[in-house]
Design a protein around this ligand. Structure first.
Ligand code: HEC
Length: 306
């Protein structure tokens, strides 16, 4: 009977409200003295709220992924106030992006020159750029021509425009990944969880043809299929390419892409804090020094003798 009631959306909304009320009521109860009526109301809504709570926690509930499952907080190196990105991870992550994600996702804001000194040497970045073809021109005859990429070129796009991208992906648009870590609630934790979070839909949840169940994606049904499987890339540094390793590396790479200034910013911040605190100490000392004679002098009034 409960099940029947709670399958309707309004009932669910109602039971959520009741749940909220119960929470409010129980917080209040611990702070203030409640009248009998209020306590009875509290108990009644606690029961309703309890049912709602069970309903909300129930894994078979289609609603579980409605707002997206909250990702776990992972210990990213870049989260520490004194740490930079893991640069070997950026390098591996670029490889994952290039070999897997770049088939569908653009990375508009990153040029090959940005990789120099971060994850690749200048020669490596040049060589990678040259592997891509770019349309340039017009030449003397007014014709556009193809040329190999240069360091100043931005990452090549997989599709010429949004329509082409949608047409190739069943109507869904693979977003540009340059700022995706900043553009999604949960940042790196969310991206990592999303990439590794594909599971079979729970019993009773229907996922439309062409969509995939992923509880971290708000709504639960994402057009992107799972594309990180153990061993899809082969790392040159010998790191074993497990799915979670690749997801972590590509997330670090995308995090760097979203804030390439990160390492420099932290270094500047640290310098600023050190220098400014030294200056503060110095200026306090100078102030005391300058005021010392004023503060320690004694003023005495000697009235005229006659
Ligand atoms: C076969 C094409 C394809 C590949 C390969 C692919 N994606 Fe996607 N991706 C998509 C599509 C399509 C969407 C849009 C999904 C939607 O809106 O339902 C998407 C969405 C996303 C999103 C946004 C999710 C959100 O919250 O809106 C992220 C992040 C993402 N992909 C990361 C990646 C990463 C990282 C890789 C490489 C490991 C990758 N994708 C590989 C097609 C692809």
């Amino acid at each position: 009977m409960l099940g029947k009631i709670f399958t309707s959306t309004t009932a669910r909304t109602f039971s959520r409200q009741a749940f909220q009320q119960t929470r409010n009521a129980s917080t209040q109860a611990s702070k203030t003295k409640l009248s009998r009526g209020e306590i009875a109301l509290g108990i009644a809504s606690a029961l309703a709220g309890g049912a709602a709570g069970v309903q909300l926690m129930n894994p078979v509930h289609a609603d579980a992924a409605a707002d997206g499952l909250h990702p776990a907080a992972y210990p990213w190196a870049q989260n520490s106030p004194f740490s930079t990105f893991e640069h070997d991870s950026i390098r591996r992550g670029y490889q994952v992006y290039r070999e897997v994600c770049a088939a569908c996702h653009s990375l508009d804001r990153i040029a090959f020159r940005n990789l120099v000194g971060v994850s690749h040497t200048e020669e490596e970045a040049k060589a990678m750029a040259e592997e891509c073809e770019y349309t340039d021109g017009p030449d003397d005859q007014g014709e556009m021509f193809q040329r190999p990429g240069k360091l100043s070129d931005y990452m090549p796009k997989p599709y010429p425009n949004e329509e082409a991208a949608r047409a190739a992906n069943g109507g869904a648009y693979p977003p540009d990944l340059s700022l995706i870590v900043k553009a999604r609630h949960g940042g790196a934790d969310y991206i990592f969880s999303l990439l590794t979070g594909y599971v079979d839909p729970p019993a009773g949840v229907e996922v439309r043809e062409g969509l995939n169940y992923n509880p971290y994606f708000p709504g639960g049904a994402i057009a992107m299929a799972k594309n990180i499987h153990d061993g899809v890339v082969e790392y040159e540094d010998g790191t074993s390419a497990t799915a979670s390793q690749m997801a972590k590396d590509v997330t670090v790479f995308l995090n760097w892409a979203a804030e390439p200034e990160h390492d420099e910013r932290k270094k500047m911040g640290l310098k600023a804090v050190l220098i400014l605190s030294a200056m503060t100490g110095l200026s306090l000392w100078i102030k005391r020094f300058k005021w010392a004679s004023l503060k320690t002098r004694k003023l005495a009034y000697r009235p005229p003798q006659n």
